[in-house]
Design a protein around this ligand. Structure first.
Ligand SMILES: Cc1ncc(C[n+]2csc(CCOP(=O)(O)OP(=O)(O)O)c2C)c(N)n1
Ligand SMILES: [Mg+2]
Length: 290
């Protein structure tokens, strides 16, 4: 199959998506596949790792190599897969705000500072969707849900600011209501040589009645329309905190730095999967266990 014969249907399984009607996970599902088509990456050349959550039910709907991990654990297998085969065209980890910034937040910080070459997409609906609507780490203060009936007492995590503080080399924000813009960010994130974090505002039409499509449409604006240049960490930091009625989307920050793998001489040329184990002399290593 050549690049221009690919269509988004090629990345679909026969399983019919179970997301709620109107769920913005559908838009992200389309945008990711549009990006793969545009990059000419075939299903067998991409590995997806998924968290647990509504977003990660995508594990059943995407065609490609799939790892459906534990809750909060989309990143560790993605990192291992990238180390095992750095020649793969794309490694994409997918999670939600609950998995990514609650139970899995430690993995997020360390993946950022390790600069592993992969794209991490977080579907940020500001709620625990799969477990039917509890407050999440990105729910706003005062947010009323079945787990906080008198209002959330905690300050929310700011995912993009956390990525910047953890020294991620590529940090972006998208909105599920801006499909082409989102697909473009996904292309850039896949191409970025290092750890790319894309946080997507993803309205949950069933359980989050506050941060709706309309709510976001009134607030989001595109950074690139303002002449913004994404190469200054301090500026990116300030933009990531902009909240007074306006929410910037687009590429906040981008620099090039050596990836974890590039700094490992053992993996400089050959991929781990290409190494012929029979040719490696293990005598000295084995002697230590005697
Ligand atoms: C270790 C563990 N703790 C809790 C759960 C229950 N659980 C499943 S999904 C989920 C939250 C999902 O929220 P999020 O990550 O935001 O994804 P969404 O469903 O909103 O897409 C929780 C708490 C679990 N599966 N495993
Ligand atoms: Mg969520």
């Amino acid at each position: 199959m050549s690049e221009n014969q690919l269509t988004i249907k090629d990345y679909e399984t026969p399983v019919c998506p179970t997301w709620c009607p109107g769920c913005s996970n559908y838009s992200i599902w389309v945008a990711v596949r549009q990006a793969l088509v545009k990059l000419g990456i075939q299903p067998h050349e991409v590995v997806f790792t998924f968290d647990i959550g509504c977003n990660s039910n995508g594990a059943n709907f995407y065609q490609g190599y799939i790892c459906h991990a534990l809750h909060g654990r989309a990143l560790p297998p993605a990192e291992a897969i990238r180390w095992a085969n750095h020649k793969l065209k794309a490694v994409i980890a997918v999670g939600g705000d609950g998995g990514g910034f609650g139970i899995g937040v430690g993995h997020f910080i360390h993946a950022c500072r390790r600069n592993v070459d992969l794209l991490y997409i977080t579907h940020d609906n500001q709620i625990y969707g799969l477990t039917t609507g509890q407050t999440s780490p990105t729910s706003p203060k005062g947010f009323i849900s079945k787990s906080t009936p008198f209002g959330n007492l905690e300050e929310p995590v700011n995912p993009s600011a956390l990525a910047l503080a953890s020294r991620a080399t590529w940090v972006a924000r998208g909105f599920a209501g801006e499909l082409n813009h989102l697909a473009d960010l996904i292309i850039k994130g896949i191409k970025h040589p290092g750890f790319a974090h894309l946080n997507i505002f993803q309205p949950c039409v069933t359980f989050n009645k506050v941060n709706t499509f309309e709510w976001f449409r009134e607030r989001v604006y595109k950074l690139e329309d303002t002449g913004y240049q994404p190469h200054d960490r301090q500026l990116a930091w300030e933009k990531s905190w902009e909240m007074n009625g306006q929410l910037p989307i687009g590429l906040l920050y981008e620099i090039t730095a050596p990836t974890y793998r590039e700094q490992l001489p053992q993996l400089a040329t050959e991929a781990l999967v290409e190494k012929k184990l029979g040719e490696i002399d293990l005598t000295r290593a084995l002697a230590e266990f005697r």
